[in-house]
Design a binder for this molecule. Structure first.
Ligand code: DP6
Length: 340
């Protein structure tokens, strides 16, 4: 029933095989396959209510009115939900949207992934649509490709688009119970990044002479990550994940102007992770479009690895996360006076 307020929750994910580059910008189709781990312990809650009495969308993020670009992305998702086959169709009424993270946005975790996964689930329920997880993932992917993966829990893959096809969803490879790993996030700044992922990857594709090389190696790295996850082979997984992150950053560094997402602490952390490994500990890094370093390890070694990362100069704090569940609906409430 339209008019009901729906609330959903979703968790961020960290890619072990990175998505960087689009086959098609307008459709937001990834040019390379990616594979991520959805993380428990941090979440975005999103609530949506379509309300014809409103004069315009009212979008709040973390208790404040959304910036114009963020509100436009939310509106684009609401439009897609409204117009998709199985949705209400016709002119979309304005909506009240509240989205809140329980982790700092500057923590270097992809808040857009959990935010748009939670929003896709909440908005579809608020619109009275009943879509499969694959359909919800496809909707979220159109706004932010990494969000397609946060619809599912555990280890999740998002294939590359092979043609400008209308639909592309992430799919679960193995649930959170498949492998009890830990991801330690070493936070190295409170500042927001200067160039977002979307702009960064567009600039890379247009100007980096290494972009063709990235497109050539990424599918093989993805295949190695995928196989290592299925076999629970941490050494092969970690080495492939580092290759993916380093190849992505090398390609972005060669763009014009070069995309330098790292700070000094990022480099110190990479070196420390390599030293930890040389000393016999299981520790492998990955880095997204920002200066924070995420380190994959096992539960038995998480305290020792964390203690070493925490004292690397420039590290502000560390966060430990474990494999988490997919996006889900928390509540659907009818407006007062309506039957549920
Ligand atoms: C480095 O999903 O934020 O985190 O589709 O343009 O919204 P858009 O990009 P986004 O890019 C994520 C890039 C990354 C790697 C990854 O998560 O795979």
């Amino acid at each position: 029933m339209i008019g009901q307020r729906a609330e959903a929750i979703a968790h961020p994910n960290i890619a072990l095989a990175k998505y960087w580059g689009k086959l098609d910008e307008a459709q937001n189709l990834p040019a390379v396959p990616s594979l991520s781990l959805t993380l428990a312990g941090m979440s975005t809650r999103a609530a949506v209510q379509f309300d014809p009495a409103l004069s315009a969308d009212a979008v709040e993020i973390d208790g404040r009115p959304a910036t114009a670009p963020a509100a436009a992305r939310v509106a684009a998702l609401l439009d897609l939900v409204w117009q998709a086959p199985g949705g209400p169709g016709g002119a979309r009424p304005p909506a009240a949207v509240q989205s809140a993270n329980d982790f700092p946005t500057a923590a270097g975790l992809a808040s857009s992934a959990s935010a748009f996964a939670a929003l896709a689930v909440a908005a579809s329920a608020a619109a009275g649509a009943r879509w499969s997880e694959a359909e919800l993932s496809d909707l979220a992917r159109r706004i932010s490709a990494s969000a397609a993966r946060s619809v599912f829990g555990g280890f999740v893959e998002l294939p590359a688009a092979t043609a400008v096809a209308p639909a592309l969803s992430a799919r679960p490879l193995a649930g959170p119970e498949h492998w009890d790993l830990r991801m330690i996030v070493a936070v190295t700044t409170e500042e927001a990044k200067t160039v977002g992922s979307t702009q960064g990857m567009l600039r890379t594709a247009r100007t980096s002479p290494l972009y063709a090389g990235w497109l050539a190696v990424a599918p093989g790295i993805f295949a190695a990550v995928r196989e290592a996850v299925l076999r629970r082979d941490l050494e092969r997984l970690g080495e492939a994940a580092e290759r993916s992150a380093l190849a992505m950053h090398a390609t972005a560094l060669a763009a014009e102007p070069g995309l330098l997402y790292w700070n000094g602490a990022t480099v110190e952390l990479m070196a420390e992770v390599r030293r930890l490994r040389a000393g016999g500990l299981a520790a492998y890094f990955t880095i997204d479009a920002g200066p924070h370093v995420k380190v994959l390890t096992v539960p038995e070694e998480v305290d020792r690895v964390r203690d070493r990362l925490a004292v690397v100069p420039g590290v502000l704090r560390t966060i430990v996360a474990r494999p988490g569940a997919g996006a889900r609906l928390c509540s659907v409430a009818a407006q007062p006076g309506e039957s549920p």
